[in-house]
Design a binder for this molecule. Structure first.
Ligand code: B12
Length: 353
């Protein structure tokens, strides 16, 4: 990672709370109607919102990807509008944040940051909807996906499991079930949660059901002969998502790899120690939100600085890489895949080379 960008990112995080508060002051001055429109809790809500924008901005600056921040702001606007908050208020809030950042940040940091904020304001003003963020279903598995989603929304785990087992009996492979049904269902649940159509509890039920279906499928894995290769798989420190990573590791296992699956949120130093002890052929590292990108880059720097594992191949993946395809290079990984089948293909290529 670029050192100046890393430092600028840390400066932004260190002033985030103050900037969020000043932004709320400026926003209230510019728009005295806010309390009437959003009630007495408006200030706490908007300060919290600005704080998460600033943390995402810090990550985007660390990896020098304006796109990452612009995507996040557009995604937020979509969520706000679905919940009855006017997009124009978000634009005004972002403009206030820009003024505060311009005034308070040291000039070299402001220079790195402000273009990102400018671009996001322009994108919001010019109609962010063209980004088409609504997750699509895989047409080949549409019927089964809707059946599975419906069982989840009705809170019926048994029906959800049965619909997946029936799909396998029809000849669908594990990889197709993962990529064609379970992943799109998870994305759809995320979309509904994001727009306030289902609660966090509903999303938790769906994610727990998907994990239990995946455990059920393990006994049906058609495994290849062991190929002698070892992969360690984990999400970045601070990242609590592990369903996509688990799909990736299951497919490595089916392909004959020995899998050391650590799950979510492994602390960096413990991971380095394990890698040094186990010396795998490959590290599969998941980064599921933009919020742990800087940590992922710093983990990679540590790996490259640790002589016993410095040459180890690192395959990285997760949703942020879909809309910022060159990000993996900035982080110092050896390759990146955005689906589990692609991950196994690339993992084999990296280790063979
Ligand atoms: C379930 C879920 C959670 C669960 C996770 C449970 C679990 N055990 O995993 C919980 C509730 C913990 C959670 C928490 C949060 N979440 Co969440 N979550 C989701 C949700 C709905 C589904 C994720 C999922 O299971 N996807 C299914 C898998 C199969 O898809 P996938 O991860 O993309 O994986 C595929 C590829 O990316 C790739 N892949 C994945 N990993 C890897 C690894 C490697 C090495 C490779 C090569 C490839 C690869 O292969 C997979 C299969 O093809 C998503 C919505 C979405 N659209 O994804 C939000 C989502 C990811 N979460 C989001 C957010 C914001 C959060 C929170 C910050 C919310 C909050 N305010 O607290 C916290 C963050 C906590 C943290 N510190 O990490 C945002 C991220 C937005 C952003 N800009 O980055 C999303 C997109 C939802 C949204 N509102 O917009 N979340």
């Amino acid at each position: 990672m670029n050192t100046d960008a890393q430092n600028a990112s840390r400066v932004i995080d260190s002033v985030a709370k103050a900037v969020a508060n000043w932004t709320a002051d400026e926003h209230a001055k510019a728009n005295p109607e806010l309390p009437n429109r959003y009630g007495s809790g408006w200030r706490a809500e908007w300060t919290g919102h600005t704080l998460s924008q600033i943390h995402m901005l810090a990550q985007a600056v660390a990896v020098r990807s304006a796109d990452l921040f612009v995507h996040h702001v557009c995604w937020t606007c979509d969520s706000f509008e679905a919940r009855g908050i006017q997009g124009a208020d978000l634009i005004q809030n972002t403009q206030c944040m820009r003024e505060v950042l311009a005034k308070e940040l040291p000039p070299p940091v402001a220079q790195a940051v402000l273009p990102f904020v400018e671009t996001s304001i322009t994108e919001l003003q010019s109609g962010y909807r063209k980004r088409n963020m609504d997750p699509s279903l895989d047409e080949r598995h549409r019927k089964r996906t809707l059946q599975y989603l419906e069982a989840i929304l009705e809170g019926d785990r048994t029906a959800a499991e049965s619909s997946i087992l029936a799909t396998l009996d029809e000849g669908t492979t594990i990889a197709e079930v993962y990529e064609g049904i379970l992943a799109p269902t998870q994305a759809r649940l995320g979309w509904m949660w994001h727009r306030g159509e289902i609660s966090v509890a509903d999303e938790h039920f769906g994610s727990a059901t998907t994990q239990s279906v995946m455990s059920l499928l393990r006994s049906r894995f058609p495994k290849k002969e062991p190929n002698g290769r070892i992969v360690v798989a984990t999400s970045t420190s601070g990242d609590l998502h592990d369903i996509g990573l688990r799909m990736v590791t299951d497919l490595f296992e089916i392909d004959g790899w020995t899998v050391i699956y650590l799950g979510a949120n492994t602390p960096t130093m413990d991971l380095i120690e394990l890698l040094d002890r186990r010396r795998p052929d490959l590290l599969a590292l998941a980064v599921s939100t933009g919020l742990t990108l800087r940590d992922a880059g710093e983990l990679l720097e540590r790996i490259r600085d640790t002589s016993s594992i410095s040459e180890m191949k690192v395959l990285i993946g997760g949703p942020p890489f879909r809309f910022a395809p060159d990000l993996w290079r900035e982080l110092g990984a050896d390759g990146c895949a955005t689906s589990c089948t692609e991950a196994v293909k690339l993992g084999n290529q990296l280790v063979a080379s």
